[in-house]
Design a protein around this ligand. Structure first.
Ligand code: GDP
Length: 298
């Protein structure tokens, strides 16, 4: 893999305490078909996590498939720390006319993982093999309208933002000009403010040390992250480079000048893992737990 050039916005290295067995980490991918979810996760993990879709039966091509929850597991090593990553992909999201059922299914899936922890916590005898499947990150791939969020995006963020850390992604970023990306980012963030959407706020921890606070504010200013997925790996003088090749030139996936992929990769697999897991466990789950226990009292 190419050495990623240091960026001004790079936060400090892996903050999570290295555990002997490693970190269990769960990421969910949500977005309409064709926005680059599969290519993104395969590029992130540097291997084929999600295989290419099988060819459709032409007789069924007019049918809209229901949304699915496909789980993929992989292990990787980042700065000496083992990461056991589970990816939950949700093909079929937003492809139908009525999306209400997608919203409900996603909410139920995320809440079910919370309910399982709640149940496990209340057992007298704990299950040694119990596996925490709480979703730590939901990567939401925005449809490139060029002018902010759609009703579907707003609705899903409102429905899930109090249950999961939502990170907004602009996939296939090489299809935009630099100006278009900047303007799309601006209008998305305007909508986030206008509709008070609860996406993950990198600058949430006001008690963090000043250096981390500054780093997190720099990252927050980049949101939503524009990413490019790898198409092939080519040999360059300084090693192999992950690219997308076009007749007119080559887009380098890890080049910070060309997209936010390198930075996002570092945030997702290194610098912010502990923040995402801690926020899920100590804030989102705790709020859910309190609500649930109060409901059960009534
Ligand atoms: P998914 O349906 O969201 O999982 O999308 P895929 O990852 O399968 O990608 C859909 C199409 O977009 C495929 O033809 C990919 O080769 C292409 N694609 C994926 N990532 C990029 C990217 O970064 N730039 C461009 N231009 N195309 C991409």
């Amino acid at each position: 893999q190419q050495d990623v050039a240091p960026s001004t916005a790079r936060p400090s290295s892996l903050r999570y305490k290295t555990e002997k067995r490693g970190i269990r980490y769960n990421i969910m991918l949500v977005g309409c078909s064709g926005l680059g979810r599969r290519t993104f996760i395969n590029t992130l993990c540097e291997k084929e996590i999600i295989p290419p879709p099988t060819l459709e039966d032409p007789d069924m091509a007019h049918m809209v498939d229901p949304m699915k929850f496909n789980k993929y597991e992989t292990q990787m090593n980042e700065d000496g720390t083992n990461i056991f990553l589970t990816t939950v992909d949700t093909p079929g999201f937003g492809d139908g006319i009525d999306n209400e059922s997608c919203f409900t299914q996603l909410q139920e899936y995320i809440e079910t993982q919370f309910d399982e922890v709640l149940l496990e916590e209340s057992r007298i005898r704990r299950n040694a093999k119990y596996r925490d499947n709480r979703v730590h990150i939901l990567l939401y791939f925005l449809t490139p309208t060029g002018h902010g969020l759609r009703e579907l995006d707003i609705e899903i963020i409102k429905r899930l933002g109090h249950l999961v850390n939502i990170i907004l992604i602009i996939g296939r970023a090489d299809s935009f000009t630099t100006k278009e990306i900047a303007s799309f980012k601006l209008s998305v963030m305007k909508d986030v403010v206008t509709y008070e959407l609860p996406i993950y706020n990198f600058a949430w921890d006001e008690e963090a040390d000043p250096e981390s606070q500054e780093e997190n504010q720099e990252i927050q200013a980049i949101v939503p992250f524009s990413v490019v997925g790898c198409d092939e790996v080519i040999d360059a003088d300084f090693g192999s480079v992950r690219v997308r090749k076009y007749p007119w030139g080559t887009v380098e996936v890890d080049n910070d000048e060309m997209s936010d992929f390198g930075l996002l990769r570092y945030i997702l697999l290194n610098s912010h893992i502990s923040d995402f897991i801690d926020f899920t466990t100590n804030v989102l789950y705790e709020e859910y737990r309190t609500l649930k226990l109060n409901e059960n009292k009534d």
